[in-house]
Design a protein around this ligand. Structure first.
Ligand SMILES: Cc1cc2nc3c(=O)[nH]c(=O)nc-3n(C[C@H](O)[C@H](O)[C@H](O)COP(=O)(O)OP(=O)(O)OC[C@H]3O[C@@H](n4cnc5c(N)ncnc54)[C@H](O)[C@@H]3O)c2cc1C
Length: 425
């Protein structure tokens, strides 16, 4: 592990502009929302956000970009325009964490000192874990909704698809938005059905795991949706390599006795959800758990070892779904507990593990899965969430993007009051 010699950079030699009360690493959904909410509650707080990216993305919109419902531009703002007023932005990355000295070394060579740290760098898309993927992504009918640059190519592939085999992959968990790999299959299948091409299509959903969705309550409706589209669900299939020009996808398959073999599927369209893991700077740091994720208490979101460190979003090693919906409910917890710690008071905010996945089962229809730690079903509305709903489609396509840009990134809390509910089977 890389360390910083404190004798080489003692905190007292750090200039005032590289000291701050609160340092936030990552200016994505979590980092900006926390910065804005803190500023709203304490306008005088000295806050620095570190993020190298010129652009800020509303990633939940990419499923809709891949289905031709939204434009890529509608999912992007310049980072400088989402940095809350009065917050300083350093456009560089965090290169290493030194929590014992309350320091972060930055990619530009500077060292910044903090009193409190919020770790929000999201996660890493590991394209190179699949041989040949990076070279062919965005070409040869190999697409992915997982980046701003490639999401619109998904819809190009769908429109150009004249029948044949369409393959959709899902890597091992955890990934962000665990429903996204199957959402793209449903949208593609519905599009092909509406354009009378579904009958000529073989749909293959190949997932590394052995369950269709992590919350059992929603599995029957998703299985039924797969059946209705005639899709084959292939468990324990991990994509290992892609030959784009040859239109071949290579999978490692594990059978019921644990034996592995290789399977090759020739495709006419391949949608890849890349393997995902913790960002390197976190993985090798003292802030990480054994798997490399941020080691926070799942209720308070405070680091288990470093009392002045909090986390938010996809970087955390908590068991909630890695979604922007989860971030939305984590913000008041992080902000409340951080301010309590700063004031020397008891931390009272508790995160219940809320996460949500709007499963786009067809154009105009969504199964809105909302749940807590332990897979407890916790809808915001008194409707059976297993029933595909036009109202949820309206929420996803119209309401949520607006709330994201204006409420969440503005530091306002919004929650219609999700709660645990039970339903007959
Ligand atoms: C295809 C797709 C569909 C999705 N659908 C949904 C959905 O329907 N509903 C939903 O709620 N969620 C959805 N999500 C998930 C959601 O977008 C993420 O969970 C959310 O953005 C996580 O927020 P975050 O702040 O943790 O990470 P991000 O928003 O990814 O932000 C991380 C930030 O950290 C910065 N960063 C990275 N490394 C460093 C470093 N070393 N130093 C400084 N900064 C760094 C990055 O530049 C980035 O700006 C979807 C995601 C995808 C990709």
């Amino acid at each position: 592990m890389e360390t910083i010699s404190l004798s080489a950079a003692p905190p007292e030699t750090i200039s005032p502009d590289l000291r701050c009360k609160i340092l936030i690493i990552g200016g994505g959904a979590g980092g900006i929302s926390v910065a804005a909410a803190l500023k709203r509650q304490r306008p005088d707080l000295d806050i620095v956000v570190v993020d190298p990216s010129e652009r800020h993305f509303y990633q939940p919109g990419w499923t809709l970009v891949g289905a031709g419902v939204k434009t890529p531009a509608s999912t992007m703002r310049l980072e400088k325009n989402v940095i809350p007023k009065g917050v300083r932005w350093l456009q560089t990355d965090a290169a290493s964490f030194v929590p014992d000295a309350n320091l972060v070394r930055l990619g530009n060579g500077q060292i910044i000192a903090y009193d409190y740290l919020v770790v929000a760098p999201g996660l890493k898309l590991e394209w190179d874990k699949v041989e040949g993927l990076r070279e062919t992504l965005g070409r040869n009918n190999v697409c992915s909704n997982y980046t701003f640059e490639t999401a619109s190519y998904t819809f190009e592939c769908v429109k150009a698809f004249k029948g044949g085999t369409a393959v959709f992959t899902q890597p091992p968990m955890p990934i962000k938005c665990a429903g996204a790999p199957q959402k793209v299959l449903y949208m593609t299948a519905d599009y092909l059905r509406r354009h009378k091409r579904l009958a000529d299509t073989r749909l293959e959903f190949c997932l590394a795991g052995d369950v269709l969705f992590g919350v059992p309550f929603f599995v029957p409706i998703l299985q039924k949706t797969m059946q209705d589209y005639g899709a084959n669900v292939n468990f324990k299939h991990t994509l290992t390599a892609v030959d784009g020009p040859g239109r071949k996808a290579f999978f490692k398959v594990v059978d019921s006795e644990g034996k592995t073999s290789e399977k090759i599927i020739t495709f006419d369209m391949l949608h890849v959800t890349p393997p995902q893991g913790p960002v390197d700077v976190l993985r090798v740091s003292p802030l990480a758990n054994e798997a490399g994720w941020l080691d926070v208490d799942p209720q308070t979101l405070r680091h288990k070892t470093y009392a002045n460190v909090f986390g938010i979003g996809d970087a955390m090693g908590t068991t909630n779904a890695k979604t922007a919906a989860a971030v939305r409910m984590q913000v008041p917890v992080v902000v409340g507990n951080l301010l309590a710690a700063l004031d020397g008071k008891e931390m009272k905010q508790v995160y219940d593990g809320y996460g949500a996945c709007p499963l786009t089962v067809a154009y105009g229809k969504i199964v809105l899965a909302e749940f807590l730690y332990g897979g407890k079903v916790a809808p915001s509305f008194p409707l059976d969430p297993r029933v595909p709903s036009r109202f949820s489609w309206f929420l996803k396509t119209q309401v949520m993007p607006m709330l994201y840009w204006h409420q969440m990134l503005g530091g306002y809390k919004f929650d219609v009051g999700h709660r645990e509910r039970t339903y007959s089977s």
